[in-house]
Design a protein around this ligand. Structure first.
Ligand code: PLP
Length: 410
């Protein structure tokens, strides 16, 4: 079968909720992936920052296989040996008191919403059913019906209503607006430290520090969604460490499962988490032995392989090189660590067009919205591999510039 045959079959039987690039992959190793025709590609997306450890990582693979040979999924009707260790390691790393294990990022966010509301009623004494959570415009926290209820992106919401209430909006990066939006019924502020899906939108310096002070002053929980920015993606173990000691609560996912298995967590202060009691929340697969074995290994690797330092140094390098292209096709280059967005001038090309051109040259990345291309390679990537990718990016930029611009650049 050729690429187009796979695509025809998939399009016939699989819902069109994604618009993938026309490549059909069947092999991966480290930062490289191969398609069914044997073409090789550099992975510049790492499954939306999940595959930080690279594909087929030997340590993650061994953790999974060893655990699979021992005990798989007994469910949480019983205790299992790895859960306590996973939770302890995670709490020590994040500075949180307790964790609640789930599978996907969206489930961790749903957990955060339930925790914030319970704390709001039982500790802050908000009147029944009045609790409100403040979120940011252009947020991305997942795809469940509750979560899309507080999205501001029309394509995430169209004809999926009726929507859940209880959410208020402020612009991202605007601490003053947050303080104004807080009422006695506000239980939490839920926010991403960097808005990745929205196009790698960076808040102003000092914003998170101010946000933390405002939340403290008004007795509002600061819940950070670090599902994409956590696990060393931005050059620190967790993105909040660039500015504050710790939030009140946080969510993790994606790279927490070594990029190969859905492992997510909601983490919080003890006085918040203690409002969960048996029967109030759960998940058949959350915290199962496969998940905890992989999670423990992913956390060990974070330290053993200095992923935060790698991400910081290589991210600085990639950012500086991209800026150094001085391409008139690029409107902006921004990011932190190995989470970088390149904003393409829409007069030259769409971000999708750039991604398709890069694919033809052997680099896989994905557009986010119309104008931004995200570069988020595995954190195990080497400088030489980045240089290889940069060469291809440079070639694509040349293709979409006008001849006069090309001449000026040379
Ligand atoms: C990916 C992501 C989610 C949702 O995670 P899923 O595992 O896809 O449910 C939530 N928040 C942020 C910031 C994300 O990047």
């Amino acid at each position: 079968m050729e690429t187009k045959d796979y695509i025809v079959r998939e399009e016939k039987y699989v819902a069109r909720n994604y618009n993938p690039l026309p490549v059909v992959l069947n092999k991966g190793e480290g930062v490289w992936m191969w398609d069914v025709e044997g073409n090789k590609y550099l992975d510049f997306l790492s499954a939306y920052s999940a595959v930080s450890a690279g594909h087929g990582n030997p340590r993650i693979k061994k953790a999974l296989i060893d655990q699979l040979n021992k005990l798989d999924v007994p469910c949480r009707a019983f205790r299992t040996e790895g859960l306590g260790e996973f939770a302890e390691t995670l709490c020590q790393l994040t500075g949180m008191d307790m964790m609640l294990p789930m599978n996907t990022g969206a489930e961790a966010i749903e957990t955060a919403i339930k925790a914030a509301r319970r704390w709001g009623y039982r500790a802050k004494k908000i009147p029944e059913n009045k609790a409100r959570i403040i979120v940011c415009e252009n947020n991305f926290h997942g795809r469940t019906t509750t979560i899309i209820s507080f999205s501001t992106e029309p394509s995430y919401k169209a004809d999926f209503g009726p929507f859940d209430g209880g959410f208020d909006y402020v612009p991202f990066g605007d601490a003053a607006a947050l303080e104004k939006a807080i009422t006695p019924d506000t239980c939490a502020f839920l926010v991403e430290p960097i808005q990745a899906e929205a196009g790698i939108l960076m808040p102003p310096k000092g914003w998170l520090k101010k946000v933390q002070a405002i939340c403290k002053k008004h007795n509002v929980l600061l819940i950070l969604d670090e599902i994409q920015t956590g696990m060393a993606r931005t050059g620190k173990d967790f993105c909040y460490q660039h500015e504050i000691d710790k939030p009140d609560c946080m969510t993790l996912g994606k790279a927490l499962g070594g990029g190969i298995y859905p492992v997510s967590a909601f983490l919080a202060r003890k006085d918040v988490m203690d409002h969960f009691n048996p029967g109030s929340h759960g998940s058949t697969f959350g915290g199962n032995p496969l998940a905890t074995a992989i999670g423990i290994e992913a956390l060990k690797m974070l330290k053993d392989e200095n992923l935060a330092e790698r991400s910081r140094d290589l991210g600085d390098y990639l950012l500086q090189k991209l800026r150094g292209f001085n391409s008139p096709a690029i409107k902006d280059v921004r990011g932190l660590g190995l989470l970088i967005g390149v904003e393409i001038d829409p007069a030259k090309a769409t971000a999708r067009d750039v991604c398709e051109r890069l694919q033809k040259k052997g680099v896989l990345c994905k557009e986010t919205h119309e104008v931004v291309v995200r570069f988020a390679p595995p954190l195990t990537i080497t400088r030489e591999e980045i240089d290889w990718g940069l060469q291809k990016v440079s070639e694509v930029l040349m293709e979409i510039e006008t001849p006069e611009q090309q001449a000026n650049r040379a």
